[in-house]
Write a protein that binds this ligand. Structure first.
Ligand code: AR6
Length: 172
C-alpha cells in the first residue's frame, strides 16, 4: 500500500472514499464533518438519518465506521467514523486506532482502492496532533487491506509537519 501525506482540504479529494471525523449522532457537526456535509449536500445527511433509524438507533459507537455515498463531493463514498474525545486521565488510543482499522475494513467491503483520512480526533476532540499522527500512521501501516493508496489530508502546515515527523519516526 502506498501511504501519502498532503496538506489540503479533504472535501476536494477525488478518491474512492474519504473518511469523516464524525460524532456518534451521525447528524453533522463542525470541523471536517461540517465541511463534508456543507460541500456534499443533503444526500449524505439523508443516508446518515436512515442509518440512525435502522442500524444505529443509539448512534455509531466510538471507534466504529460506516459508509454513505458522497453526494456532490468528488469522492464516491464517505466513511464516517467516531473518534474518541481525548482524555489525559484515560488511555483511549485503542479507540483511535480502531477508527482507522474499521475505516479500512469498510473501504475493503466497498472495494475502495483509494482512501483519504483526516486527523481523526485531533481537532474539536482535543487529541494532541503528534500522538494522533503516530497512532493514525502506525495503524494504517500495519493494516491488512486491499486499499492501494491511503492518503492523509492534513489541514494546515502544523498538522502536515506533525504527520511528516511521525512518519519519519515510524520508518526509522
Ligand atoms: N479537510 C481536512 N481536514 C480538516 C478539514 C478539512 N476540510 N476541516 C478540519 N480538518 P475535527 P474531531 C481537520 O474537529 O477532533 C465535529 O463537530 C482539523 O483541523 O474535524 O475528530 C464532529 O461532528 C483537525 O486537524 O474532528 C464531532 O463532534 C482534524 O481535521 C467532532 O467535531 C479533525 O478535527 C469531532 O472532532
Amino acid at each position: 500500500m502506498e501511504l501519502t501525506l498532503v496538506q489540503g482540504d479533504i472535501t476536494e479529494q477525488s478518491m474512492d472514499a474519504i473518511v469523516n471525523a464524525a460524532n456518534s449522532s451521525l447528524l453533522g457537526g463542525g470541523g471536517v464533518d461540517g465541511a463534508i456535509h456543507r460541500r456534499g449536500g443533503p444526500d449524505i445527511l439523508r443516508e446518515c438519518r436512515a442509518l440512525r433509524a435502522s442500524r444505529y438507533e443509539k448512534g455509531l459507537p466510538t471507534g466504529q465506521a460506516v459508509a454513505t455515498t458522497a453526494g456532490r463531493l468528488p469522492a464516491r463514498w464517505v466513511i464516517h467514523t467516531v473518534g474518541p474525545v481525548y482524555a489525559r486521565s484515560q488511555d483511549r488510543s485503542h479507540l483511535l486506532a480502531s477508527c482507522y482499522a474499521e475505516s479500512l475494513r469498510v473501504a475493503d467491503e466497498l472495494e475502495a482502492e483509494t482512501v483519504a483520512f483526516p486527523a481523526v480526533s485531533a481537532g474539536i476532540y482535543g487529541w494532541p496532533m503528534d500522538d494522533a499522527a503516530r497512532i493514525a500512521l502506525s495503524t494504517v501501516l500495519r493494516a491488512s487491506t486491499s486499499v492501494v493508496e491511503a492518503r492523509f489530508v492534513l489541514f494546515g502546515a502544523p498538522a502536515y509537519a506533525a504527520f511528516e515527523t511521525a512518519l519519519a519516526g515510524l520508518r526509522a
